[in-house]
Design a protein around this ligand. Structure first.
Ligand code: F2R
Ligand code: MG
Ligand code: MG
Length: 349
């Protein structure tokens, strides 16, 4: 049951672009009244929009590099991807990149660089970045590879080009796995979906590097598992306030404070929510809810948009919203090409 696989692919990629473009309005805002979110979204329904097109930010710029690299090379190629990140940043540096990652992107442009992971390793005194920049661009790995082992391996490596801290790259793996499961229709059984993610992250976080990063950053061992268990507790409650979500799951720029939050937004909005219009379907509810959290709204909506789009399919993504989003049309075409790549990887077994 549910949408066809191709519709899910198109939903995932367009959903990510739309979340970034629409969510950019509130990025960095501490509090966002729901009324302002609904005004922003209802303005997208108008034929004319004074403010014009909503431009995509670094989230989509880097996602496009991942997509183009995977489609051109047909495999994961770290040199090619590093070169594309550097070139994208050189040609459009004003897309709102994180303040640390720009140093990596500048170093990746050097023709003398032989180890493409070296600039990311040197970040933050050798700890590496724990920002969500690896996670925000990891959906294409779930669209290119059908085997979950490959989804995990390549989303981790793809993130490590800029985010060498386990709290950064493990967020990218978690996001890619969430999209991978949503593509299979796993959100039809929400409890099984969250249990699968917890069980995957129990394996992924059981490594020395993750233990030492967690210790150094004053986080508990298995930090992503801990947050996902909190998501599960919230799912079991009849109501959860925005304040509880932002204080306990987070709405910030760290992968740990945003990837589990994005997953929660999708799960929470599977059902109608008070304050959100009855005419909204699950995809619209998810995007609106992400924006109402404030904080890193473009990135949380981008990640939740990819998961929700993979679950509901492209038919659930309002065309009226899509038409104002830079890059949405292209995303649909690329999703079709990624779908072909995925089917080929499925045939190879
Ligand atoms: N940068 C932004 N938003 C800021 C405002 C943009 C504004 N619209 C504008 O145009 O000026 N958004 C984008 O950045 C996030 C992704 O960031 P990424 O790629 O992870 O960057 P970075 O620099 O690696 O990490 C982000 C910050 O996290 C802190 N940090 C990370 N690791 C750290 C460590 N080991 N120790 C201490 N701090 C660490 C730093 O403050 C980094 O700058 C997305 O929201 C995207 O939309
Ligand atoms: Mg951004
Ligand atoms: Mg952001």
């Amino acid at each position: 049951g549910g949408p066809a696989l191709l519709s899910r692919f198109r939903g995932a990629l367009v959903g990510a672009v739309l979340g970034d473009c629409v969510g950019g309005e509130f990025e960095g805002a501490e509090e966002v009244p729901l009324e302002r979110v609904l005004q922003h979204l209802s303005a997208l329904e108008r034929e004319e929009r004074g403010e014009g097109i909503l431009q995509y930010s670094d989230d989509t710029a880097m996602t496009r590099c991942v997509v183009q690299s995977l489609l051109t090379r047909g495999v994961f190629d770290q040199q090619d991807l590093a070169r594309r990140f550097a070139e994208e940043y050189r040609s459009a540096p004003g897309r709102g990149y994180g303040s640390g990652v720009v140093q990596v992107l500048q170093k990746l442009a050097s023709p003398r660089l032989s180890d493409v992971f070296q600039p990311a390793r040197a970040q933050f005194g050798g700890r590496g970045s724990f920002g969500n920049g690896g996670a925000m661009r990891s959906a294409p790995f779930a669209l290119a590879f059908s085997d979950p082992a490959q989804v995990k391996k390549y989303s981790r490596l793809g993130a490590m080009l800029t985010h060498y801290c386990s709290l950064g790259y493990n967020g990218a793996v978690l996001q890619a796995l969430a999209v991978h499961l949503a593509l299979q229709g796993a959100l039809e059984v929400p409890q099984a979906f969250i249990n699968s993610l917890i069980s995957e992250m129990e394996d992924i976080e059981a490594e020395d590097q993750a233990f030492s990063d967690a210790r150094a950053l004053n986080e508990p061992e298995f930090p992503f598992c801990t947050r996902l268990r909190r998501v599960k507790e919230f799912m079991e409650r009849s109501s959860v306030s925005i304040e509880e979500v932002t204080s306990e799951l987070g709405n910030g720029i760290a992968a740990l404070h945003s990837v589990p939050t994005a997953i929660f937004c999708v799960l929470h909005c599977l059902e109608p929510q008070p304050g959100l219009p009855d005419c909204y379907g699950g995809f619209e509810r998810t995007v609106a809810y992400c924006l109402a959290l404030g904080g890193d709204t473009d990135t949380i909506a981008c990640m939740a948009g990819a998961i929700a789009g993979a679950h509901y399919g492209i038919e659930a993504v309002p065309p009226a919203w899509q038409r104002w989003c830079e890059g949405a049309e292209e995303a649909e075409v690329w999703a079709e090409h990624l779908h072909q790549l995925y089917l080929r990887s499925l045939q190879r077994g």
